[in-house]
Design a protein around this ligand. Structure first.
Ligand SMILES: Cc1ncc(COP(=O)(O)O)c(C=O)c1O
Length: 354
C-alpha cells in the first residue's frame, strides 16, 4: 500500500518529479550532459546564494561528509555533536584515522559558540558539526559557530552537514562561509536518494593538496578538475539529475524566501499540535528545526498510534538514537505543504480521540 510520507528522508516525492526521471538516457561525457550538469550547478548556487564550487557525486550524503574529512584533515579535527548524526561524523573521521577532539552537547540542546570556547587550538585542522540534527530536531546557528571557529583559529576549516536543512531553512551560506557544506537529494529537495551535493571552498581545495590518502572516489582535486568542465568524476545518476534539475526549477519558481517560510509554517503547525495534544516537542526553544518535528511521546503508546496511522495511509518516523523510545519524528520538508500537514494532524487527532 502506498502511504503519504511525513518521514525524515527519503520524503514524499511528487509524481511529476518522478516523471522527470524518465527522459531518455544519455552518456555522461556528451554535450547534453554538460548542459545538464552546468545548469544544476548554477541553479544550486542561485538558490543558496553562493559562488562556491558545487560538486555532484553519486552516492548518499555521507560519501562527501566523509570526503570533506579525508581531503581536509591530516591528523586532528574537532567534532561538535548534539545527537546521532554529529556522532556519526566523528566516527567517520576516526575510522579514517583522524584524531578527533570531541565536544558533546546534551541531546535536545543547540551547539553554541560558548561550547567551543578555547577548543579550536592551533593544531585543529577542521571543525565539523551538523546544522540540523535529525535525531533531535535541533537547528543550531552554524553562522555563529563558524564565526567562533574563525575567531579562535582562522586556519581551521569549517565542515557542515546540512543534510536536513539545505533547501528547508536559510543557511545564510555567505555569512557562514563554510569550507564544505554537504547535503543529499532525498531530504528537502524532495527527490529519490542517490546523490551527494557539496559546496566546497578554495581553502579546502588548497588544503587537500597537502593531505595524502584522499582516495579516488571523493578526491576533491580530481572532482574539481572534472567539475570545471561540467563533468562528474565517476558515472553520475543521470536520471536523478534530470529530476534534480526539475526540482531546482520548482524551488526557484517558488522563491527561496517563500520556501523557507512554508517550512516555518509547517513546523509551527506540528509544534502547536504537539503542545496542545501531546507532551510538546523535544528540542530547545529558539533552536527548533523547520524540517523535522521531534515530539515527546509522553504517555502515548507510540507503536499502536503509529500502526493506526499507517492503516490510515500516513507514515511518520520513529525516534532515533538515544531518544528513540521517548520521541517520534514528523518530517515536513521538500514539497510537503501546510495543507498536507493539516490532513496528517487531523488523522492523528482522530486516532487520539478513538
Ligand atoms: C543530519 C544527517 N546527516 C547525515 C545523514 C546521512 O545521510 P545519507 O544517508 O544521505 O548519507 C542523515 C540521514 O538521515 C542526516 O539526517
Amino acid at each position: 500500500m502506498s502511504r503519504q510520507l511525513f518521514t525524515v528522508g527519503p520524503v514524499h516525492v511528487e509524481q511529476d518529479t518522478l516523471q522527470a526521471m524518465t527522459k531518455p538516457m544519455i552518456t555522461h561525457r556528451c554535450k547534453e550532459y554538460k548542459e545538464l550538469h552546468h545548469g544544476i550547478v548554477e541553479k544550486i548556487q542561485k538558490a543558496l546564494n553562493t559562488d562556491m564550487d558545487v560538486f555532484l557525486v553519486g552516492g548518499s550524503a555521507t560519501v562527501m561528509i566523509e570526503g570533506a574529512i579525508r581531503n581536509g584533515v591530516n591528523t586532528n579535527s574537532l567534532g561538535i555533536t548534539n545527537g546521532s548524526f554529529g556522532n556519526r561524523s566523528i566516527e567517520c573521521a576516526e575510522l579514517n584515522g583522524k584524531t578527533v577532539e570531541k565536544v558533546q552537547v546534551p541531546w535536545g540542546m543547540a551547539m553554541k559558540p560558548e561550547h567551543i570556547a578555547g577548543k579550536v587550538t592551533k593544531d585543529i585542522e577542521a571543525v565539523h558539526w551538523v546544522s540540523n540534527e535529525s535525531s533531535t530536531g535541533v537547528f543550531s546557528d552554524s553562522v555563529a559557530l563558524a564565526k567562533e571557529v574563525r575567531a579562535q583559529n582562522p586556519d581551521a576549516l569549517v565542515m557542515v552537514d546540512a543534510v536536513t536543512s539545505a533547501f528547508a531553512m536559510d543557511l545564510k551560506v555567505k555569512d557562514m562561509d563554510p569550507d564544505s557544506l554537504v547535503f543529499g537529494t532525498q531530504k528537502a529537495l524532495a527527490l529519490p536518494p542517490g546523490m551527494a551535493i557539496m559546496l566546497c571552498s578554495e581553502k579546502l581545495l588548497e588544503k587537500a593538496k597537502t593531505v595524502p590518502n584522499r582516495g579516488f572516489y571523493s578526491d576533491l582535486l580530481k572532482i574539481k578538475k572534472q567539475a570545471d568542465t561540467d563533468y562528474a568524476l565517476t558515472t553520475p545518476p543521470v536520471s536523478l539529475m534530470y529530476a534534480l534539475d526539475y526540482q531546482l526549477d520548482r524551488a526557484l519558481k517558488e522563491g527561496m524566501t517563500v520556501r523557507y517560510e512554508r517550512h516555518a509554517q509547517m513546523a509551527k503547525m506540528v509544534r502547536d499540535w504537539a503542545d496542545k495534544k501531546l507532551a510538546g516537542v523535544f528540542p530547545e526553544e529558539g533552536y527548533r528545526s523547520n524540517s523535522i518535528g521531534v515530539l515527546n511521546r509522553g504517555d502515548l503508546d507510540f507503536d499502536t498510534f503509529n500502526s493506526k496511522l499507517k492503516a490510515k495511509g500516513y507514515e511518520i518516523s520513529n525516534g532515533y538514537g538515544d531518544v528513540k523510545e521517548k520521541t517520534f519524528r514528523i518530517g515536513h520538508m521538500g514539497d510537503t505543504t501546510p495543507a498536507m500537514v493539516k490532513e496528517l494532524l487531523s488523522a492523528m487527532d482522530e486516532i487520539l480521540e478513538e
